[in-house]
Design a binder for this molecule. Structure first.
Ligand SMILES: Nc1ncnc2c1ncn2[C@@H]1O[C@H](COP(=O)(O)OP(=O)(O)OP(=O)(O)O)[C@@H](O)[C@H]1O
Length: 316
């Protein structure tokens, strides 16, 4: 449904996106994750046909991303989505449905059912007087008025409280049931972990990891096993509750401890798995702390990095 090959965007000699490659299948939810300035928005805007790539190609629903026809298949939610404050949610969404030539009855039904699913009250209240979370939900509803196959959401839950964040992420996840293909950007892995089938992690314009979050944990983090025995063995340390613990990294080592405990006339009483934290993976991959799940969406973008912090592309 989306194919990206050698996609690159430079501003002067500064490379905002460097040679991105990925494919997204129909009905897939795909996350683009990374710290501030990683190149997420630039990538999404190239896919939405809003920025022309310096080189490389992006096709969306069979169209080149720059093709005006592609827009009919696309719902784009920008990171900042100012609404017409004097309109109501209903009048605003009808206005956009008219722009897409959606027949009135179809539009009304679609708008009401989307607002129902988003649990949005106050549909006839002036948008200037509703909360930030409600505004974001209206912007999300706007992305669906033309019933597109592909949705591109830039930080859909940015700056929202935890409850609204969850509701927006759950709604995004439900779009899979409608056979929509969704690509969205996020600052941190927590917000995409439960929602996305696959993610790419970007840093300094490059994709530095890809796969499901579970794959990435497996690939970049180290799972350790804490093996408790009732007998002191080589490599175990006594614990406060009178047991003996070894910390190992492979199942073969776990089995060796089990065998050694049996040989010593004792037994292994407990084995615990310690998964790598997302923070440690993110830190290792990007060299930056991951924003906490509670505040991730509320952080202000960092100041503009200098070219020293980013790779400067080789001669074109
Ligand atoms: N029009 C532009 N001219 C010059 N540099 C730009 C332009 N647009 C973006 N950049 C730079 O490209 C880099 C990537 O920006 P981008 O907005 O894609 O990052 P991002 O991952 O979406 O970051 P954030 O999470 O802060 O939104 C940044 O360093 C940004 O300053």
């Amino acid at each position: 449904m989306i194919e990206v090959s050698g996609l690159r965007k430079t501003y002067g000699d500064f490379a905002a996106v460097v040679g991105s490659e990925f494919e997204i299948d129909r009905g897939e939810i795909f996350g683009v994750v990374g710290p501030n300035g990683a190149g997420k928005t630039t990538t999404l805007k190239m896919l939405a046909g809003l920025i022309e790539p310096t080189s490389g190609t992006a096709t969306v629903a069979g169209y080149d991303a720059g093709d005006p026809e592609m827009r009919h298949q696309l719902g784009f939610l920008p990171e900042e989505s100012p609404l017409y404050e004097d309109m109501t949610a209903r009048s605003y969404l009808r206005f956009f449905a008219d722009l897409y030539d959606v027949p009135r009855e179809v539009a009304s039904e679609r708008i009401e059912s989307t607002l129902d699913r988003l649990d949005l009250d106050y549909r006839d209240r002036r948008l200037g007087d509703v909360s930030k979370g409600m505004k974001r939900k209206v912007a999300i509803a706007r992305s669906l008025v033309n019933d597109p196959d592909v949705l591109i959401y830039d930080e859909p839950a940015s700056g929202l409280d935890p409850l609204t964040t969850n509701s927006v992420l759950e709604f995004t996840e439900e779009l899979r049931e409608d056979d929509k293909t969704v690509i969205f950007s996020a600052h941190n892995l927590y917000h995409v972990e439960s929602v996305c089938d696959r993610v790419v992690i970007m840093n300094e314009g490059r994709i530095i990891a890809r796969g499901s979050v579970a794959d990435i944990r497996e690939q970049y983090g180290e799972t350790t096993y804490h093996v408790y025995s009732d007998t002191a063995l080589d490599g175990t340390d006594p614990t406060a509750d009178g047991r003996h613990r070894a910390v190992v990294e492979t199942m073969a080592e776990v089995e060796a401890i089990q065998a050694a405990a049996t040989d010593a006339g004792g037994s292994v009483t407990d084995i615990r798995t310690d998964e790598p934290s997302l923070e440690s993976i993110f830190l290792e991959l990007t060299g930056q702390q991951m924003p906490s799940p509670r505040t991730a969406r509320d952080t202000e973008p960092a100041s503009e990095p200098t070219t020293d912090q980013h790779e400067v592309e080789d001669a074109p």
